[in-house]
Design a protein around this ligand. Structure first.
Ligand SMILES: Nc1ncnc2c1ncn2[C@@H]1O[C@H](COP(=O)(O)OP(=O)(O)O)[C@@H](O)[C@H]1O
Ligand SMILES: [Mg+2]
Length: 621
C-alpha cells in the first residue's frame, strides 16, 4: 500500500485531524473509531510532509503504543506501507522508550548495567530489611512494595499515600521511611531498578537537567501517543517537559480507562490538556470496527450511568450479540470449545477468534481446555513458564551471554554452578567486567565449575536468534538445573522447550531480552493460525471477527476483590473494553456456579452483574 492511499482511505474527520496545523492535538474518541489507524496515518503523513518543511527530516517520529502486542501490530501495519522508510517511524511502548533513554543517554550512565526486576524480586530484597527491624510487624513486605509502587506511578510522596490510602500506618511513618531508604540503598547496591522507578528516574532527570532533556528531544521530531487514557502521573511528568519542545498528539478513550488500580490518572485526557498548552481537541464518533448490533449493545453498557458514548456503526448489519448461561465453568468451556470447533469446520480462521477472560486464572483454564481438543492457542498473558525460577535463570544466562554486563544477572547465573556462592559470583562478575572471560579463567580459583560456566556463555553467545539460543541453553544447563531443582526440573524443561517452540524463530536475542524484561512476554509466531486467549486488560486496542467473552457473571463483571474496594465504574469500563473488541460475533457466557473459590467469601450477590444493566432486546439469549 502507498502512503497516500492510506491517508485517503480515512474519513473527512480523521483526515482533518492529520491536516490541522495545531502544534499539540488531543483526540478523545470511542472504541473502533479509527484512533490507531488515524495515528499511524498521521505518523506517515508527518514523515512525508511536515518534516521536510521544517527541515528536520533526519529525525524520526516516535509512536508510543500501550503494549508490546499493540506495538507489534502497529509495526506490521506500517510495514505494509511501501513508500516510507521504516526507520522514520519508531514504535515503542512507554517503558521501552524510557528504558532506551536510560541505556543510551550519557545522562543515565550510573544505570547502564542495571537490571529491571519484578515485584517478587523486590519483595525478596525488602523482606530481610523488614525482618531486621521486627518491632513493627504491622507492615508486610508486599504491602510496603504496593505503597512504593503506587507512590512511583502516581508521582506522590509516601506520606500522602499513607494519609490517603493507608491511614492505619501513619503512626509508623518514620519507621516506613527508614525501611524505604534501606530498601532503595539495597536496590542500588544490587544494581536493580523496578518498573515504576524507570519513569521516576527519567522524569526527575529531564525535568532538572536541560541537557538531559535536549538529548531526548533531539532524537525525534514529534511524539504520538496511543491509548493515552491510561497514562499515569509519572508518565505525564516525562511528557510535560518534552511538550515544551516537540509537537505531541495523544489519542484515547476515557470509556476504556482501566488501569486506575495501577495508578493511571483518573482523568488522563484532561490532564493531557493541561500539559499540552493550546492543544486542539478532536472527537470521533463513527465506529468502523463492529456491526450496528454490537455497537448498540456496547453503547448501552453505560446506559445506567451519566456517560453516553453514542457511537454509530459504519458497517453492515450483523447478528445481535448472544448471551448464554451455563451451570459452571466446565459446561461453559465445553460450549466455547465446541463452538470454535464448529467455526473451524466452517473455515473461520482461528487467528480471528479471541477468547477474553476477566482473570488470568480463567485464561489459563480455557486455554488448557482448548489445547485438549487440539486447538492451537496463544495465551498472551502471564505464561506460567515465564515466572519459573529456571526460566529466569535462562534469561540471566542469555543476557550475560549476549554481552550485557548486568551484575545482578551475572551473579544469578554464576551461582548456578557448584561451589559458587554469592561472594564468588560477585568476584567472577567483577572479573568479567574488567577483563572478559579470559581474565576469569586465569584469575579465579575452583576452575572447573567456572570454566564450564564460561564455556556455556561462549557457546550461547554464538546464537543470533532467541529460540535456538534457549533450546541450546536448556540442553547445556541440563545437569546443573537438575542439581539445583531436582525432579521439578524435568517438568520445567518440557514446558520451557514447548514454549520456546512457539516464539517467532527469527526473533533476535536482543529483542527477546528486551521483550521479556519490559513486557514479561514476547511475540509468538505470527504465521501461526491460533486462537488468542487474552484477559480483558490484555485485549485493549486489539480486535477479532469473533470474540467469546467468558464468565460475565455476578462478582466477576464487576470483579469483587477480597482485599480492596472495587471501583465499579472502572470495572464497567473493563467490560466495555472487552466487549468492543468484536467485529462481527460477540458471544457472552456466564456461570451460575463457580467451583473456584478464589474470591468468593460469601454467596455472590446475584444481581451484581453488568449484563443486568443492558436491555434484553439488544441481545439474543
Ligand atoms: N475511515 C475508515 N474507513 C474504513 N475503515 C476504518 C476507518 N477508520 C478505521 N477503520 C477500521 O476500523 C477498525 C478500528 O480501527 P482502530 O484504529 O483500531 O480503532 P481504535 O483505535 O479507535 O479503537 C480497524 O479495522 C480499522 O482499519
Ligand atoms: Mg486503538
Amino acid at each position: 500500500m502507498l502512503s497516500n492511499e492510506l491517508i485517503e482511505s480515512l474519513n473527512v474527520k480523521q483526515r482533518s485531524i492529520i491536516n490541522s496545523s495545531s502544534h499539540h492535538k488531543v483526540i478523545k474518541a470511542g472504541a473502533g473509531t479509527g484512533k490507531t489507524r488515524m495515528l499511524i496515518a498521521m505518523a506517515i503523513s508527518l514523515v512525508m510532509s511536515i518534516i521536510r518543511t521544517i527541515s528536520r527530516h533526519d529525525k524520526p517520529i516516535l509512536l508510543l503504543a500501550y503494549s508490546n502486542k499493540a506495538a507489534t501490530e502497529i509495526k506490521e501495519r506500517l510495514s505494509k506501507v511501501t513508500d516510507i522508510n521504516q526507520q522514520d517511524i519508531v514504535v515503542k511502548t512507554f517503558h521501552g522508550f524510557c528504558w532506551n533513554i536510560i541505556n543510551s543517554s550519557p545522562f543515565f550512565n550510573r544505570y547502564k548495567n542495571f537490571t529491571i526486576i519484578k515485584e517478587d524480586e523486590c519483595i525478596k530484597l525488602l523482606t530481610p530489611i523488614i525482618n531486621k527491624m521486627p518491632k513493627h510487624s504491622k507492615v508486610k513486605p508486599k504491602k510496603l512494595i504496593k505503597i512504593i509502587v503506587l507512590a512511583g506511578n502516581t508521582n506522590r510522596k509516601i506520606n500522602l499515600i499513607l494519609k490517603d490510602e493507608y491511614p492505619e500506618l501513619l503512626d509508623i511513618e518514620d519507621h516506613i521511611m527508614k525501611l524505604i531508604k534501606a530498601y532503595k540503598a539495597e536496590m542500588k547496591k544490587n544494581q536493580v531498578i523496578s518498573f515504576e522507578d524507570i519513569f521516576r528516574v527519567v522524569g526527575r532527570k529531564i525535568n532538572n537537567n536541560v541537557d538531559a532533556l535536549n538529548w531526548v528531544v533531539d532524537k525525534y521530531s514529534a511524539i504520538l501517543i496511543d491509548e493515552a487514557q491510561d497514562t499515569n502521573a509519572a508518565q505525564w511528568n516525562i511528557i510535560e517537559p518534552i511538550a515544551k519542545r516537540l509537537p505531541i498528539t495523544v489519542v484515547g478513550d476515557p470509556a476504556q480507562a482501566i488501569y486506575g488500580f495501577r495508578g493511571a490518572e483518573s482523568d488522563s485526557l484532561n490532564k493531557a490538556l493541561k500539559i499540552l498548552p493550546n492543544a486542539e481537541v478532536f472527537k470521533l464518533k463513527e465506529n468502523y470496527r463492529s456491526t450496528p448490533q454490537n455497537v448498540a449493545f456496547t453503547n448501552s453498557i453505560f446506559a445506567v450511568t451519566d456517560y453516553k458514548p453514542r457511537l454509530k456503526s459504519m458497517n453492515f448489519d450483523g447478528q445481535k450479540p448472544q448471551v448464554k448461561s451455563f451451570l459452571n465453568e466446565e459446561h461453559e468451556a465445553d460450549f466455547v470449545v465446541y463452538s470454535i470447533v464448529d467455526l473451524q469446520m466452517d473455515g473461520h480462521p482461528l487467528n480471528d477468534i479471541f477468547v477474553i477472560t476477566r482473570t488470568n486464572e480463567d485464561a489459563r483454564y480455557i486455554a488448557e481446555k482448548l489445547k485438549k481438543q487440539w486447538l492451537p492457542v496463544t495465551l498472551a498473558t502471564n505464561d506460567d513458564v515465564l515466572t519459573t525460577k529456571c526460566f529466569l535463570d535462562i534469561i540471566a544466562a542469555l543476557t550475560v551471554a549476549s554481552g550485557q554486563h548486568k551484575k545482578f544477572l551475572m551473579n544469578r547465573y554464576f551461582q548456578l554452578f557448584k561451589g559458587v556462592g554469592i561472594i564468588t559470583a560477585q568476584n567472577i562478575s567483577e572479573c568479567v567486567i574488567r577483563g572478559g572471560y579470559n581474565r576469569v579463567i586465569n584469575h579465579m580459583p575452583n576452575r572447573d565449575s567456572i570454566s564450564c560456566a564460561v564455556d556455556i556463555l561462549r557457546n550461547v553467545s554464538g546464537y543470533k536468534y532467541a529460540q535456538e539460543a534457549i533450546i541450546n541453553l536448556t540442553r547445556l544447563m541440563d545437569a546443573y538445573f537438575f542439581d539445583k531443582y531436582a525432579n521439578k526440573w524435568d517438568d520445567n524443561k518440557i514446558s520451557i522447550l514447548e514454549w520456546a517452540s512457539t516464539i517467532e524463530p527469527k526473533m533476535t536475542v536482543d529483542n527477546f531480552i528486551e521483550g521479556i524484561m519490559l513486557d514479561g512476554a514476547v511475540n509468538q509466531k505470527t504465521s501461526s493460525n491460533a486462537i488468542s486467549v487474552v484477559t480483558a486488560h490484555g485485549s485493549k486496542g486489539l480486535q477479532a471477527k469473533t470474540c467469546f467473552l467468558l464468565n460475565v457473571s455476578p462478582e466477576v463483571y464487576p470483579l469483587m476483590f477480597p482485599k480492596r474496594v472495587t471501583n465499579i465504574e472502572e470495572e464497567r469500563r473493563v467490560f466495555y473494553t472487552a466487549a468492543t473488541r468484536a467485529e462481527k460475533n460477540l458471544v457472552i457466557t456466564s456461570r451460575l456456579f463457580t467451583k473456584k473459590k478464589h474470591h468468593f467469601k460469601t454467596e455472590p450477590n446475584r444481581s451484581l452483574c453488568f449484563i443486568n444493566d443492558i436491555k434484553t432486546s439488544l441481545y439474543d439469549s
